[in-house]
Ligand binder design. Structure first.
Ligand code: F6P
Length: 341
């Protein structure tokens, strides 16, 4: 079999572990040939690829980023790819394509699958917002980075009697904010799923100071919004990939709290630090399992599907099911988190 692999969308710790696992399983076990398309779907469209043998993937298990490079795909180019799907199979001689990516990449994978490409998807995203899988690799690493940052920010906040507003990633789903906020013992957590009222945060900080705890850490997802009429904050424009451009809720909220409280507040934007660096052991294992199962699925001819974690098992689910809606934080998880701050 000749298998093509690519990584698309925002990078994520664990991508290299999937690539390595695909090559090991395919080459070692089946004697397959594996080629890697460069820079996501762009490499597939432009015919840029290279052979991946065991040497090519040696030493990459713990490396962040992706050795293949990544990019986001513009809608016009996706249309172009779908129209030339059968030519691509012929040109590259591939029997299976394994795109590793988030919601956008998997939506494109589904469209390419519908257009006739033999596709097996592998979900990735630090946001953990892909439905049909309990976890995506990269999430555990991102939560660890954000948690460590908040642990560190607590000591400096306490020394200066400040409020720290820590903005983490999460456009529509607040999983990183929820879990890192819980793990770090943040005193407030703001999620995209539920608009917040700054007055509640002001009350919380004042109560803490009244109890002698003269600092606070608030964890806010980048996609969190204040409830209507509670604070000036406008939604951003939409970029060429259909993503909302954020206006910096962390900074806006820190200044709002400083103004209302009359106490020093500082915004800390963690940004892409959450996506960089080495994956945790959990993410390396999940990524490796996903790669193994993707190759198995290709050999069974189970196309139009993606790997997914259900409980502790890796299963194959239809791509169509995986991209219909985002997995956002459910109400009961918000209620649980509220009880600890
Ligand atoms: O999809 C993952 C994600 O990390 C989002 O949480 C974030 O908003 C986005 O990627 C930022 O990606 P980039 O700046 O690379 O376009």
């Amino acid at each position: 079999m000749r298998i093509g692999v690519l990584t698309a969308g925002g990078d994520c710790p664990g991508l290299n572990a999937v690539i390595r696992s695909v090559v090991h399983r395919a080459v070692d076990n089946y004697g397959d040939e594996v080629i890697g398309f460069e820079d996501g779907y762009a490499g597939l469209l432009d015919g840029r690829y290279r052979g991946l043998d065991l040497n090519a993937v040696s030493g990459i298990l713990a490396r962040g980023g992706t050795i293949l490079g990544s990019s986001r795909l513009e809608r016009d180019r996706l249309r172009e790819a779908c129209e030339s799907a059968s030519d691509m199979i012929h040109d590259f001689g591939i029997d299976a394509l394994i795109p590793i990516g988030g919601e956008g990449t998997l939506t494109a994978a589904r469209m390419l699958s519908d257009a006739g490409l033999p596709v097996v998807g592998v979900p990735k995203t630090i946001d953990n917002d892909i439905s049909s899988t309990d976890r995506t690799f990269g999430f555990d690493t991102a939560v660890g980075v954000a948690t460590e940052a908040m642990d560190r920010l607590k000591t400096t906040a306490e020394s200066h009697q400040r409020v720290m507003v820590v903005e983490v990633m999460g456009r529509h789903a607040g999983w990183i904010a929820l879990e890192s906020g819980m793990a770090a013992g943040a005193h407030g957590i703001c999620l995209p799923e539920r608009p917040f009222d700054p007055a509640d945060l002001v009350k919380m900080v004042e109560e803490r100071f009244a109890r002698g705890k003269k600092f606070a850490v608030i964890c806010v997802a980048e996609g969190a919004h204040p409830a209507d009429g509670t604070m000036d904050y406008s939604k951003g424009a939409i970029d060429q990939f259909g993503h909302e451009r954020f206006q910096g809720i962390g900074t806006a909220l820190a200044y709002e709290l400083e103004r209302r409280l009359g106490k020093e507040a500082r915004p800390v934007i963690l940004g892409h630090v959450q996506r960089g660096g080495v994956p945790t052991a959990y993410d390396r294992v999940l990524a490796t399992r996903f790669g193994w199962h993707a190759v198995e699925a290709a050999h069974r001819g189970q196309f139009g599907r993606m790997t997914a974690l259900r409980g502790t098992d890796v299963v194959m689910v239809p791509l169509a099911e995986a991209v219909t809606e985002l997995k956002t934080v459910p109400k009961d998880r918000i209620v649980e988190a509220e009880s600890v701050f």
